[in-house]
Design a protein around this ligand. Structure first.
Ligand SMILES: CC(C)(COP(=O)(O)OP(=O)(O)OC[C@H]1O[C@@H](n2cnc3c(N)ncnc32)[C@H](O)[C@@H]1OP(=O)(O)O)[C@@H](O)C(=O)NCCC(=O)NCCS
Length: 423
């Protein structure tokens, strides 16, 4: 088998910022020929956003656009439109994440695309789904986290920090892009059976909601039971459940196993000297052994999850006391011997330099013509017969002439397009 299973799939990457580019980058890693179509002169806005090196493409861009080729094309000019039409006729997939209606305004409605190529798969990211009452809204990451329910359930329920909270994880952007990649591959396989393309759309609100499934579960439980026994508010702050809306749960575990973030040695000065500790039901005896608390194994106040829940925060405080003279790594090394689900809280700096992540290809260094090289996040999906090689993101328009030549344009035609600034 080829080492690039998606080789031969030709993708017009009409995306920008993060949600769309994350999707097409994934497909490019696995072998698809991804042509990033960008506005001449400026390109994807992330090329110049939050630059760390003057005049070099920003990391925001390089980390989301590896393994692609770049074609500059002004798709509002007739010549540019004609090139895009030719590409639509010859390519398999077009991915876009412009604001609502932008593609239609450019003249590329779904109907027109089907006329040009009935086999074309059009894949779109929008903030809200078609027909939604907010379908006209432009949406960025944090807007989606609020619209999809994540923000209302994340954060603290009391104290100065109370209020909805945003996650640093790109639940709205990259997550939506990953959903879209699954949609594209599904439509592509479908096309092999039907011979027809189709439109695939993922709304950022829906993609966030899909990851907030357990919070929707909790709302449904609230509707029937009236409270949530695994939340830190239970049973001492039952008023938190009075309005029958899922409350924010701080760092509580989201499943059936209570968990919390615990301080380790050095937390006073190191912002990440913590571990996450989970009290897995069946691991109670090993937890007691690890903490040198054998008496808890037979104490009725500690023996069952139900008995522990009313004083679960006191139990976490006892564990915290046990690890106060241990670093997060020492603490995990003790607990791992007892099969307890836990991990250090890793900082970005630690992850970037992590030997295991570098060895597995989850963190990779990529040579780049202008930057010298850059570190980035590699494929989180591992295969037995495919080791994705991450190559540099393209410079703006780096492959314009090459792609146009592949489309059959002569040198003279390309030169004319350069002079009219269509490319
Ligand atoms: C992300 C977002 C808010 C950015 O908004 P924006 O910067 O105002 O950009 P838009 O996508 O709305 O508009 C792009 C414009 O550039 C034009 N454009 C883009 N590429 C072009 C090109 N190569 N040539 C000519 N025009 C181009 C579009 O036609 C559009 O013009 P119009 O609004 O006059 O019709 C918006 O694109 C959006 O809501 N996208 C969908 C949701 C999404 O993906 N969000 C997450 C991003 S990480």
């Amino acid at each position: 088998m080829s080492n690039k299973p998606l080789q031969g799939i030709k993708i017009i990457d009409f995306t920008h910022v993060q949600a769309g580019p994350a999707c097409t980058q994934l497909l490019a890693w696995f072998g698809a020929d991804v042509i990033k179509v960008e506005r001449p002169g400026s390109g994807d806005v992330t090329r110049s956003q939050l630059r760390d090196i003057p005049d070099a493409d920003a990391l925001y861009f390089t980390m989301l656009n590896s393994n692609k080729r770049s074609l500059t094309l002004d798709t509002k000019q007739p010549e540019g439109k004609a090139v895009l039409e030719k590409m639509i006729k010859e390519y398999d997939v077009m991915v876009e994440n412009f604001g609502p209606g932008a593609l239609d305004r450019m003249g590329f409605t779904w109907e027109r695309i089907q006329e040009l190529n009935p086999k074309m798969i059009l894949a779109s990211v929008k903030g809200f789904s078609d027909g939604h009452e907010y379908e006209d809204l432009k949406v960025y990451e944090n807007v989606a986290q609020c619209a999809g329910g994540a923000a209302s359930t994340t954060g603290w329920w009391k104290g100065e920090q109370a209020g909805p909270m945003i996650s640093a994880a790109a639940l709205g952007d990259t997550n939506t892009g990953m959903h879209l990649a699954i949609g594209i591959l599904t439509a592509y396989i479908g096309r092999q059976h039907t011979g027809k393309g189709q439109k695939v759309a993922v709304a950022m609100q829906d993609a966030v909601l899909n990851l907030c499934r357990v919070k929707m579960r909790d709302q449904l439980r609230m509707d029937t039971v009236g409270y949530l026994e695994e939340y830190p508010q239970y049973p001492h702050e039952m008023e938190a459940f009075a309005d029958k809306v899922v409350p924010r749960g701080g760092n509580a575990g989201g499943g059936g196993q209570p968990g919390w973030i615990l301080k380790c040695k050095g937390w006073e000065t190191d912002p990440n000297a913590y571990i996450y500790f989970t009290i897995q039901g069946q691991a109670w005896a090993p937890i007691c052994d690890a903490l040198n608390k054998p008496e808890w194994k037979t104490d009725p106040l500690y023996m069952t999850p139900k008995a522990r829940q009313p004083h679960i925060m006191d139990i976490f405080a006892t564990i915290e006391d046990f690890i106060k003279d241990k670093t997060k790594f020492e603490a995990v090394n003790i607990f791992r011997k007892h099969d307890i689900p836990c991990a250090p809280v890793f900082s970005m700096k630690e992850l970037l330099n992590d030997k295991s992540l570098r060895a597995s290809g989850s963190i990779v260094e990529v040579p780049h013509k202008v930057r010298g090289s850059y570190w980035t996040v590699g494929s989180p999906i591992k295969f037995s017969d495919l080791k994705p090689v991450v190559t540099a993101s393209p410079l703006l328009g780096e492959h314009t002439d090459e792609v146009l030549a592949e489309l059959g344009y002569s040198k003279e035609q390309v030169a004319a397009m350069h002079s009219s600034k269509a490319i």
